[in-house]
Design a protein around this ligand. Sequence first.
Ligand SMILES: Cc1cc2nc3c(=O)[nH]c(=O)nc-3n(C[C@H](O)[C@H](O)[C@H](O)COP(=O)(O)OP(=O)(O)OC[C@H]3O[C@@H](n4cnc5c(N)ncnc54)[C@H](O)[C@@H]3O)c2cc1C
Length: 429
Amino acid sequence: MHLGANLIQWLGVGIVALMGLQAVALFVSTAPRLASQRRQQRIAEEILEEQLRTARARRVIREGTSQSWNGWRKFRVERKVLECSDVVSIYLTPHDRKRLPAFEPGQFLTFQLRIPGIAQPVVRCYSLSDAPAEDCYRISVKRVPAAKADLKPGVVSNYFHDQLQEGDIVDVKAPAGAFYLDLANRTPIVLIAGGIGITPVLSMVNALARDGPIPRETWFFLGARSGEENFAREHLRKLAARHENLKVHFCYSAPSAQEKQGVDFDHACRVSTELFKKLLPSNNYEYYLCGPPAFMESLTSGLREWGVPDSCVHFEAFGPASVPAKPAAAGAPAPGAGQPAEAATSHRVTFARSGKELRWGGGVGNLLELAEKNGVNLPSGCRSGNCGTCLTAVRSGKVEYNKPPSCQPEAGSCLTCIGVPAGELVLDA
Ligand SMILES: Cc1cc2nc3c(=O)[nH]c(=O)nc-3n(C[C@H](O)[C@H](O)[C@H](O)COP(=O)(O)OP(=O)(O)OC[C@H]3O[C@@H](n4cnc5c(N)ncnc54)[C@H](O)[C@@H]3O)c2cc1C
């Protein structure tokens, strides 16, 4: 009896042990398969997410184009936010309350403003400084002081800071410009900003981070004198902490005594190609730059010397074009867009309606400057071939550009702010 009970007990233990062994064997044999299935599922999810992202980016671009508008549209100043001592952000919503078209990150808005005390409406461009959103546009404007003691401070920037109020209505042209980031692309990028040139590249990095983890290797270099000028400091530090693919570097040329390297900023120097050579694993990136003229000149020529093809360097100038065109090779065909005529040549330019016959030659600059220096009153806006305000009919002759215009002049007309004569020229002005 006792022996039988023991036998049954041992038999039970044996069965349980056998079942355990079977479970372990089953687990060992299926675990790699399950892990591989999980891996495949993760890859499939990532591919799906990637496809959704691309589709969403394409839809935003398509919708942006299809809902765009021609000419001026009224926008309400919804909110004004002082970002730092000399930069104010302005949030705009459409006054007609219709849908707001998306834009491509990096593009700008053109404003036409009626400023008290100034007879003619004044036109200026401002980059959109945030990712496309459904309800509003944001621009961020730096106050421009007088260039010299005997000159007035910047007209529009100071108007935006001091006079424009929440609730005011302004006239705005649709987002435009060829300096933008293609969100459907996955090539690694370097975003480079100097001072207020941060606005279009801030829009780019915000657009990349909007829908989840930044999907491409992204470097962000910001050059400023000190933290006082770096209004996006906290925002960018937070983005970098959240996104593995984003590396942010602040370069201050004159940090304050309280600012600590490694904490408040990363490099006590200007942004330069030398710094890129130390930090980037190679030069194999697409570069997006915006900043003051000297900054743009030194970086574009530095990148060229480092062997970066011009096709990989994209830039926006906030004023008169500040990036020199690549010198034409000996024996190259006659200059066209992007290759200005020889500065040494001289041409007769007639402003027909003003009855002025002038000579354009080396050192005069563009047609707008020639007109202004000689008392011919021409309309002008951005002075960098973006807004189209200076569009002037050409009666005879040909005009070349010192940079490809963002706003294509219609046939038979030219943009005087970046145009130079290619021979004898008669303008309807
Ligand atoms: C595509 C694009 C995007 C831009 N994005 C931004 C942006 O995001 N944020 C931003 O802040 N700016 C941006 N800008 C620059 C902006 O459009 C204005 O140029 C800037 O705000 C200055 O305009 P203002 O009317 O205040 O100055 P202005 O009145 O044009 O004066 C500018 C300077 O010229 C001096 N000046 C005036 N008359 C003369 C003269 N006769 N001779 C010499 N100097 C003179 C003034 O004293 C002042 O220092 C952008 C420009 C472009 C083209």
